[in-house]
Design a binder for this molecule. Structure first.
Ligand code: KG4
Ligand code: ZN
Length: 347
């Protein structure tokens, strides 16, 4: 079964060809970092225009490198949410046109499910049930995947996403965009325990995350200690990164214990971070939990993961019609009943 995946939910235009849900024949990702860097963040209007310019060549290249032509496809999978509406529409419109013109089955994929399916593209795919920590620029959430294509929201961020916190702190430190990889690089020269930033705890003990207090603490520290030399910037980056990792690791391992699952999937753009990969691996090993982490290039946005989730949905008999639409706020699982905001800081 050969499936073309198309992803354009944010600032990467991506296409991939996947065979039998497991073998990546090709994966092409056109990054828009250079487009948005001068603004220090993604500019939605520029993102959709850029998608429009590059999506056809990106799909053509994925087909060529995947050694397949349109009539040879068994399905097309496209991200239809969550994301930026103008960006999502570009991918959805192209996917619908190709599917209609060629009479190919079409399926819409939730971007977050795509991130989770990235873990199935390794030699060690996760078996259900497992807990998935999805950490990206727009989302930070824990999902309990009890059975294929079934997700239960265990916990989520009550304010910023982890990736957003990396991006904002990088901006505060004048390091550029996107912040995650830059913070990681700069942090290598700093000491993770140089500054004791606060670790958010939920007053109601919920397995939720909060990063806005940490971001404010970094901002106050920067203001108090300006001008900063390179050593201080590195220490702030390392201490911030260590705090994020500690928070994510603690909540995730605790939630896995509470659910009684012994498999965790770590995925999303922030899962490319070495400190997080190593931190969660160590904590999981201590608890005898099996950790599944996709290779870095499959953690950040790509279309192979969309094709993987799409293959599973196509095999389950799911089909999208030409009324498939972009859904910017698409949820993977319904919000938990009784979830309420409220975080406090503690060390
Ligand atoms: O999943 P992704 O590629 O796009 C979204 O779905 O949002 O995640 C992008 C986010 C950005 O905030 C970026 O700064 C962060 O992932 N990121 C990282 C690293 N690489 C990307 N954060 C920390 N360390 C990294 N190495
Ligand atoms: Zn993503």
């Amino acid at each position: 079964m050969i499936v073309l995946g198309i992803e354009s939910s944010c600032d990467e235009t991506a296409a991939a060809v996947l065979e039998d849900g497991r073998r990546v024949r090709s994966t092409v990702v056109a990054s828009q970092d250079a487009v948005h860097a001068p603004y220090g963040g993604v500019v939605p209007e520029l993102a959709s225009r850029r998608h429009l310019e590059v999506i056809v060549p990106v799909v053509q290249r994925a087909l060529e490198e995947g050694g397949v032509t349109l009539p040879g496809l068994d399905g097309i999978a496209v991200t239809h949410g969550p994301g930026l509406v103008g960006s999502l529409l570009v991918g959805c419109s192209l996917a619908k046109s190709l599917a209609w013109a060629q009479g190919i089955p079409l399926v819409g994929v939730n971007h977050l499910e795509g991130h989770i399916y990235a873990a199935s593209l390794t030699d060690d795919p996760p078996v259900h049930p497992f807990l998935a920590l999805v950490v990206s620029g727009g989302h930070t959430a824990l999902y309990h995947a009890k059975a294929p294509l079934t997700y239960h929201l265990v916990g989520e961020t009550r304010d910023d996403a982890a990736g957003e916190a990396f991006d904002k702190v990088a901006k505060l430190l004048g390091l550029g965009f996107p912040g995650g990889p830059i913070i990681e690089r700069v942090a290598r020269d700093g000491m993770p325990n140089a500054i004791a930033f606060p670790l958010a705890q939920m007053t109601d003990q919920a397995p939720d995350f909060s990063f806005s207090g940490l971001k404010t603490a970094v901002s106050l520290h920067v203001k108090r200690h300006q001008p900063l030399d390179a050593r201080e910037v590195a220490d702030i980056a390392a201490s911030f990164q260590a705090t994020v990792v500690k928070l994510l690791v603690r909540k995730t391992v605790k939630a896995a214990g509470g659910l009684g699952v012994n498999r965790i999937v770590l995925t999303g753009g922030v899962a490319a971070n070495t400190a997080l990969r190593e931190g969660l691996a160590a904590a999981a090993a201590e608890q005898r939990i099996h950790l599944h982490v996709p290779p870095r290039q499959l953690c950040t946005d790509n279309a192979a993961m969309i094709a993987a989730a799409g293959t599973a949905r196509l095999l389950a008999g799911e089909r999208a019609g030409l009324d498939l639409n972009a859904v910017p706020g698409l949820e993977l699982a319904p919000a938990r009943a009784g979830a309420r905001p409220g975080a406090r800081d503690s060390r």
